[in-house]
Design a binder for this molecule. Sequence first.
Ligand code: NAP
Ligand code: G4F
Length: 321
Amino acid sequence: MPKSTLITGCTGQDGSFLAELLLLKGYTVYGLVRRLSSPNVTNIEQVRDRIHLLDGDMTDQSSILTAVKESKPDEIYNLAAQSFVATSFRQPVLTADVDGLGVIRLLEAAKELVPDARIYQASTSELFGLVKETPQNEHTPFHPRSPYGVAKLFAFWACANYREAYGMHVSNGILFNHESERRGLEFLTRKVTHGVARIAKGKWDHIELGNMEAKRDWGYAPEYVEAMWRMLQQPKPDDYVIATGESHSVREFVELAFREVGIEDWETYVRTDPKHIRPAEVYTLCGDSSKAKRILGWQAKTKMPQLVKIMVKADLERVGA
Ligand code: NAP
Ligand code: G4F
């Protein structure tokens, strides 16, 4: 009997890579998708006929209950979120509802219907926010800096609480930034590689960015979904930092991306626009994933320079001649 899994957020970057991974491993894959006026299925196009799509929304308890009832999952991966930090400052209530309360809705449904299911919660390095030490590990204190980070903090502790109170197998993956050719266009890395490709092909003459000095620990998304799966194969639930251990600035990312298309005087093509500056910034992130290496046998392979190459190449192909 194949294992059944429910992935929320299966149309997103991580959800689509995870769906592919779990199909390869022989799982029956169910994906929660919200109704939109135009379906957003680009990322799952290649596996759409092999995933069972279930209507639902993290703000709607009844749809979550129905999805859990129909999929009877052995494993649940909760990846659904309003995941863009900048938007969370403009839509804090929605973000809290989807990213915070949505997790309680899912945990309640699981407690009621599949209490033995193993659950993965997409926690984030945004929890560390104004960092208290570098690198950050599972013991580093949290200090979120955005409504997104605050909602994810609520979700993190909700998961820990359901683990302690009801003995449920719930794990938090504290994932640092991970990117890919499937990354949404508004996120820094994709905004840059997409813009660089259009500039290289003569379609745009500049891109507009915000804080060039912020530093992130950027890894490659397909490797990160493997870590999610490994967490749920452990006999005991736990929390894990997943990161490359290297931190680079936005400026470095931009410079490398332009260099990839042979442009050295990149500053000519970049303008700064204060509208991309956040009310509170996470200045620097760098993760220590030695616990994941020790227990899960997981380690990042792709580092930032290689990631830039992968993303620029994909965007050049997309932009075409
Ligand atoms: P993403 O590409 O933005 O995908 C988010 C997914 O959530 C999409 O499938 C989206 O559906 C769905 N969603 C949004 N609101 C929903 C709602 N109300 N009900 C049901 N589904 C909803 O994000 P990602 O980069 O794959 O990240 C996956 C998860 O990991 C997120 O929880 C994110 O916060 C977290 N995370 C990401 C990173 C990272 O660097 N990528 C790092 C740490 C943690 P639509 O397609 O309909 O919009
Ligand atoms: O790409 P970003 O928008 O990602 P951010 O804020 O780090 O959040 C991402 O990673 C988190 C994990 O740490 C996830 F939890 C979250 O869901 C999301 O996936 O911004 C990266 C950095 C920031 O410091 C931002 O201020 O780039 C800076 N930046 C500078 N100019 C910009 C821009 N970011 C965006 N999106 N657009 C700009 O024009």
